[in-house]
Design a protein around this ligand. Sequence first.
Ligand code: HEM
Ligand SMILES: Nc1c([N+](=O)[O-])cnc2ccccc12
Length: 290
Amino acid sequence: ALHLAQAEDGKGLDDFQKVYNAIAEKLRDEDEFDGYIGYGPNLVRLSWHVSGTFDKNDNSGGSFGGTYRFKKEADDPANKGLQNAARFLEPIAKKFPWISHGDLYTLAGVTALQEMQGPKIPWRPGRVDADEKDAPENGRLPDASKDGNYVRHYFGRFGFSDQEIVALLGAHCLGKTHLENSGYEGPWGAATNTFTNEFFVNLLNENWKLEKNDAGNEQYNSNKGYMMLPTDYGLIQDGKFKKYVEKYAKDQDAFFEDFKSAYVKLLENGIDFSKLGKAYVFKTLDEQDS
Ligand code: HEM
Ligand SMILES: Nc1c([N+](=O)[O-])cnc2ccccc12
């Protein structure tokens, strides 16, 4: 059965907004990380990796139990590089010991997206820390060397449509690949910490060359120094995906709307929130300054 959400007792919007603000202020303070990209993209990747282990067939994995805190999950080779995000969040967890790890990891992704000018992401608390025995085994996260059909099959495990898959991958407008983490490198120039639809614009506008990188892996590079993973590139090789790439390249608002829905679905997979009230929508730091 689905995990029943149990919100941290007595905690409401103001309490979670305080956690949001602590993360957002730390993001602003520590802006030099990763060549001045900052921690935002890394936090978004963490929120996806803790959720992407979900398997609808037995409702195992997913964000509910916060099991990324155990080495068994954190040491998954697919999670290499996310130690930075975990270290970033340690003082936040200490300052707010009442928040569950699953809620912290997902709230951190929401905070990072909103502070990087992304869409407002409705968020619900109620994930409850589980034991190490509940941590999913390694190998549930996707392989970047594959093609569009692999991506469709992979996300089928979560019940995501073609449109949801393309929208989700739009998060690759953020940050970069690091050879020492994943065996892929770049882009430096185009790596950003602002959430836009440019991943889709790049995919359609650049002329991509398949090249072997310094780790011996093939990736697509453009003469402007942009890069795409084989799985990224699969979105324009596959006609059914390509029409959504074109839609989002033309209409950033449509991308924001569809990304928001697919990202919430990703973070809430496997959890029954029906006993909770409506989702929280947090104010950005800028909205609170004025
Ligand atoms: C087919 C599915 C996916 C594959 C194969 C994939 C693969 C990768 C790889 C290899 C990296 C580079 C990691 C590194 O070297 O540091 C990366 C980074 C990233 N991914 Fe994905 N990813 C996928 C889906 C997603 C989704 C669904 C999201 C979020 C909704 C996401 C968000 C990110 C972000 C923000 C980064 C940049 C991290 C940083 O700059 O530290 N990815 N991804
Ligand atoms: N910035 C990125 C791009 N890009 O086009 O700028 C493409 N793919 C990526 C895959 C993972 C992380 C960042 C990416």
